[in-house]
Design a protein around this ligand. Structure first.
Ligand SMILES: [Zn+2]
Length: 462
């Protein structure tokens, strides 16, 4: 079996072979941390989590490097600070941990590295310096601008013509720009705003250079996959390509570019004024994270997705059926099939450009087999097969009991949490630490954080 991925760069589905099978490298643009993540931010987190799982399956867990950055310096963050007076460090720390809690509840694995932009300013300064030296950037009125006409191949990813690029870049007319498409690498900061000393004065980086510098730092000049939402193709990804290739003497940047499609909610573009603006945090108060994950994976990642609350209700019911069938059939996680026994029939559609709807259809076949099984031996085998089918999708990893005890309420109740704390204490007493960790992770996925104190284990909601 081989992997094939649709590459936005070539507009074709191509066989995927990593540059180095011992270290497959993927970069995905992460959140700008100034507010709660919305469901549109959740889609790439879940889509590229499935790709991360697939790459780990093919190349081994220790052989995939997945980098997802945190943009913690940005005009939106400064605007949030100006609006509320909350210190910037507090805004970014608070919203970063909220993002982590959200994506954990959606069943996403932690990336290999999550670099923060503010921790990588020296790399950005070095890259900007190289671009100036090589004649691809110029200094003007405290700004450093990338000069787009200096790169002949500019626009290869988005395939826009000159007029479209000028319109799409939403360019401000500023007198110091040599070309309307030129974009900011470095800009001056007001004394009250965050800033770093640079050869061009105190200032801060533009958004695009952050990703070029951090991907270079963690993955090298040329790496395998770059992902993000379709809305990032232009100008963000186009500009990342220009910066990285020009700073690296023309050597290639990312080989495969993957983009997830647009997301609408309740049939319309998501907007606060329409009342269809869903933060992940608010949705998690009503629905389990796994239902949100399933709802996101029911549509192929490149298709536009209409995310609705009715769809979430259906996804929750679907999972109720899965967990209901699994209840009592599989005692421990050790009973699950190991990676080597992973369900090839689920892996095959995923390996063909992440066809999650086809993979989910296999899951439903496994459920039907489980429901047909009569003897306990058959049931056990069918349940293991269903769990194995869920694993590459990041589904069905919870304890069926915990899922079903929640019944119709989205929020797990206190009695269930206490039952879990007792089960975990028993597992620890029996030195079954993997089971204890699994129970803790199950609760974390429900937004319940356990804290071990000398007086015993306490819990709180995330
Ligand atoms: Zn980016």
């Amino acid at each position: 079996m081989t992997i094939a991925l649709y590459n936005t760069l070539t507009r074709a589905t191509q066989p995927f072979e990593p540059l180095d099978a011992s270290n497959v490298r993927m970069y995905v643009c992460g959140p700008t941390v100034y507010d709660w993540a919305h469901i549109g931010n959740a889609r790439p987190a879940v889509v590229f989590d499935v790709l991360f799982r697939l790459l780990r399956f093919f190349y081994g867990e220790g052989h995939v490097t997945y980098v997802r950055n945190i943009t913690d310096i940005d005009d939106k963050i400064i605007a949030a600070h100006q609006a509320t007076g909350e210190p910037i460090a507090s805004i970014t720390a608070r919203t970063t941990s909220a993002y982590h809690a959200d994506v954990a509840a959606l069943g996403c694995l932690t990336p290999t590295a999550e670099p923060r932009a503010t921790a990588h300013v020296p790399e950005m300064l070095a890259m900007i310096g190289r671009l100036i030296e090589a004649g691809h950037a110029y200094v003007a009125e405290g700004h450093v601008m990338f000069h787009v006409p200096s790169m002949a191949a500019y626009g290869a990813l988005s395939r826009r013509n000159l007029d479209e690029m000028i319109a799409g870049a939403r360019v401000e007319v500023v007198p110091y720009k040599r070309d309307a498409r030129d974009f900011v690498l470095w800009k001056p900061s007001a004394d009250s705003d965050p800033g770093w000393d640079s050869p061009w004065g105190r200032g801060r980086p533009g958004w695009h250079i952050e990703c070029s510098a951090m991907s270079g730092r963690y993955l090298g000049e040329t790496f395998d996959i770059h992902g993000g939402g379709i809305d990032l193709i232009f100008p963000h990804h186009e500009n990342e390509i220009a910066q990285s290739i020009c700073a690296h003497d023309g050597r290639p940047f990312a080989r495969f570019w993957l983009h997830n499609g647009y997301l609408m909610t309740e049939g319309e573009k998501m907007s606060k004024s329409l009342g269809n603006f869903y933060t992940v945090h608010d949705l998690l108060a009503e629905f389990p994270g796994e239902a949100i994950r399933l709802a996101l994976l029911q549509t192929h990642y490149r298709q536009p997705l209409d995310f609705t609350k009715e769809g979430l209700v259906q996804a929750k019911r679907t999972l109720d059926r899965f967990y209901g069938a699994l209840r009592g059939t599989v005692a421990t996680r050790e009973d699950r099939l190991s990676d080597e026994e992973a369900d090839k029939e689920v892996i095959a559609p995923l390996a063909h450009d992440l066809n999650t709807p086809a993979a989910l259809a296999v899951l439903h076949e496994r459920l039907a087999s489980l429901n047909r099984a009569s003897s306990s031996v058959e049931k056990h085998r069918a349940a293991r097969a269903l769990l194995a089918a869920g694993e590459p999708l990041g589904l069905l990893a919870q304890d069926p009991e915990i899922w079903l005890r929640r019944a119709d309420s989205a929020v797990i109740d206190e009695a269930a949490v206490n039952a879990f704390i007792e089960a975990r204490a028993a597992a620890r007493k029996a030195r079954n630490f993997s089971e204890a960790d699994r129970l803790r992770a199950s609760l974390l996925a429900e937004g319940i954080i356990l804290e071990d104190t000398p007086a015993g284990t306490t819990w709180r909601r995330a």
